[in-house]
Design a protein around this ligand. Sequence first.
Ligand code: ADP
Length: 589
Amino acid sequence: MSHITQQVTLASLTQPLNPMIKLGVVLAAVGSVASLVPFIGIVEMNKVFINPEQGASWSEVQPILLAIASALVIAWLFTVVGFWITHLADHKMQSNLHRALVTKLGQVPLGWYNHHTSGSVRKAVQDDLDDLHHMIAHHQVELTCALALPLTGLAYLVYLHWSLALLAITSLPFYMLAYAWMMRGFAGKMQQLDQMFNKVSSAIVEFVHGISVVKIFGQTGRAHANYKRAVDDFSKQYSGWIKPIVKVEAIASLALSVPVITLLTISLGLSLIDYFALSVLDILACTLVAVSIPQSVITLNQGLSAKQKSDAAAQRINNLLASPDLPKAKQPQTPKQHQVIFHQVNFGYDSDNPVLRDINLSCPADSITALVGHSGAGKSTLAKLAARFYDVTAGSISIGGIDLRDIDNSELYQQVGFVLQDTQLLAASVADNLRLGDPSADQEALVRVAKHACIHERIMQLPRGYDSVIGEDAIFSGGEAQRLSIARTLLADTPILILDEATAHSDAKSESLVQQAISSLIRGRTVIVIAHKLHTISHVDQIAVLDQGQLVELGTHQHLLTLNGHYSKLWQDACGEDQVDPTAIRANQ
Ligand code: ADP
């Protein structure tokens, strides 16, 4: 079986739908051309009515009326069916694209989410898909209709007399000139506006996030002033640009308004009757075609700006689809043991800046290894590599002697669980959040893990207990959310655990409960813990000291103190902090 999967792109998803879109376009074009027939019918009928010799006879009028009625039905039917087909194509494309995006989001390395905010993912999966709707369901059909009707009309006028076609578009050059004037430097101005709008958004976020601090320090007016300044700048820029445009737009729209076009066509037309040997009915035909042109111009304008928006959305979706997948194991293997070995591991988030260099570290099965070091030393990065958030640049990481890259992803996450600091809870019931760890777990199992994680009592205080929905009838503090996440990890029961030790919990009781929960969690597992407070890990099996991406010391707390090196220095620095430690993380018994 080949492991090279075809790259999904937007084009590859829309290509199979092209025949549907083309059919929709052809039908809508026919509908659009048919909508001209009533205009021609009116002219023909007038010819019959003003014939001085015969007068109007029913037998002459009847076929014209029939043609008008049929054309109206055809125009309506073909246009509606045309749009229906392109909407069907869009529906298919949207569901294929949804599937492709969700598959892609499941295949990118977990580390990818560190570089992409949930907002940007939501934008691609929701807003950008909405913007694409225009491209598939509307753009080509509307463009075709907007061109087909006036072009057929002009062709009919040319058939009557070429001067009529020119007459019908007399006011168009004025509009075009005005439009070109309004649109000069459009891209640059939009960019400036975008930047200013971003400033307004940042000012709002800053204001909302910092509102409590701002209020405490009585600086509400000052924070508000930042927001006000950003809004004022935006509105100054916007009105400076838009005011003259509005004036020209009003004049340009006047040039394309039905009364002006009617007056212009009739008065100019009548003055040309003798010169070009035209009839009054020719002028009537010309006027009817001329008044249909403005709507087409407006549709074209709106269509082109919507197209720009959907092109940008398509570009973002293509970028997302092109994100590299986590390479799949060629011959997946299942680890039978649970020691984790880092062998000459090198890693950098980009090729220019190595973050980890030549790390050799063996974490025996059922032991606890604490990673310590200054901020930025590479502790989180090393721990995340063990959960394959990223692949190593050089060297290898193995579980039970099997390289992580040879373990199937789903198997890997049955082996490795992690509790990170920024706990993610879904807007679902507490029970559903816990069951992410094990979808088949019964209520008894949920209660058992919640008790171990010291969160059962808190859950029972909620209005609907385990069925309470997070965000609706359950709001958890940071420490409580972390204990819930520990309960979830307990349920998943993975033999290896990556733990980012909690740092900032509001009070000592909360911190002690989290530590108690962690103690339940780590029992009998291979644990790699990122330690922020040294006193909590002084009893673990081994402490790995990282400095500037290198492993500089390794051993027990006592041993490392005797070295009088990096760890000893870190310990002395930490000695100023609170060392009372009833629930420290201890070595596995
Ligand atoms: P620690 O956990 O010891 O504080 P980290 O592993 O978080 O250290 O960071 C190690 C280095 O990698 C730092 O220089 C940090 O700036 C960089 N780094 C961390 N995460 C990323 C990321 N997602 N993208 C780029 N650089 C990163």
